[in-house]
Design a protein. Sequence first.
Length: 276
Amino acid sequence: MLIVDSQIHIWQNGKMSAHHRQIPTYSIDDAVAEMNSAGVDCTVIHTPSSVGEAVNVYAEVAVRRYPAKFCILGHMDLLSPDRETIVANWRKRTGMLGFRFTFNEPSQKSWWTDGSLDWFWAACQKQDLRVGLLASGANIAAFGNIARRHPDLKIHIDHIGRGGGRAGLKDDAIYADLPEMLALAKLPNVAVKLSGAPSTSSQAYPYKNIHGYLKQIVDAFGPERCFWGTDITRMPISYRQCVTMFTEEMDWLKGRDLELVMGAAIVKWLGWQRPV
């Protein structure tokens, strides 16, 4: 079974947000070693905008070194005077299959609803680029509106729509508004990354109290639009346990459904022509 992590970060000489490992570098070699120890075949690198353009370039180095292990959802300056040209040429960059944004900065909050990024959604749709967004809470409705207005844009929700553990919520509290996200399953251009699941529970591994919520998501979206992942540098357990939580601890997820969730689905969704 091909195991693909739908989200990791790598960086050099940078500082990540406080909930990630507080180390100056998480290198290509660090990632490969940890992947190998956990039985993870390949990953989708998400380049953190907080580290700047250099991390896009570093991710491209990773793809050139390990083309069967890495592909990229990168970031760009959406206010750049050259922004439309950048998007038009994005696939010419090594390993770039699309974009990922969090819109965490106060100046970016309005971008969900004010129409200022309509050009971007349309450009990504035209270029067949995938887009991942850290949508949660009130932004789930805005995410849905973007997906409806651009039905040919493949757009996915990061971190189970829980915002990477927003406001310190866990357990039932963080999943209280799950029905709002599940309603988006009727939109065929919307998918969900199941990344960061361990961080949404206050229990110990294997976090049985959230398995029912994960099943609801897979049942609603189908295994073709649900992607296992970790965001490993902020996980409270080992990489291997992040894998086995899904492959060994969920008896309702098996066979072809398990293969899809653990890797086959994300490869198809991204249109990744992965060398084998």
